[in-house]
Write a protein that binds this ligand. Structure first.
Ligand SMILES: [Zn+2]
Length: 111
């Protein structure tokens, strides 16, 4: 386990985020469609379904980042192998890529 304060802080944030997502998932699973707090007027949309999908993707990213911390690979860009940068990691601890690569990649997912 790393003793780098930045990694410890990022890990804390990821653990918090994972707990929050778990709570949200439990709420989403028990929520009556149309009756939840997020059931705003998105004309005809099913509030639970889309939200649950985004949340599941985010959960995967958060868990992958925690694995990278455990394995000592946290903070390295998966595309160029460079450092992701502390500012970015503290803003987005689950980021897989550095800002340069994230900017180049316009399709979204994965960075
Ligand atoms: Zn990169």
């Amino acid at each position: 386990m790393s003793t780098d304060p930045m990694i410890i802080q990022a890990r804390q944030m990821l653990l918090c985020r994972r707990d929050a997502l778990r709570t949200q998932r439990e709420c989403a699973e028990t929520a009556v469609p149309g009756g939840g707090a997020r059931a705003l007027s998105f004309g005809g949309d099913v509030p639970g379904a889309r939200f649950a999908r985004q949340e599941r993707l985010e959960m995967e990213e958060v868990e992958a980042a925690l694995v990278r911390i455990e394995e000592g690979r946290f903070g390295g860009c998966e595309r160029c192998g460079g450092a992701i940068g502390r500012q970015r990691l503290l803003a987005v601890p689950e980021a897989r890529c550095c800002l340069t690569c994230a900017d180049r990649r316009t399709q979204g997912a994965g960075c």
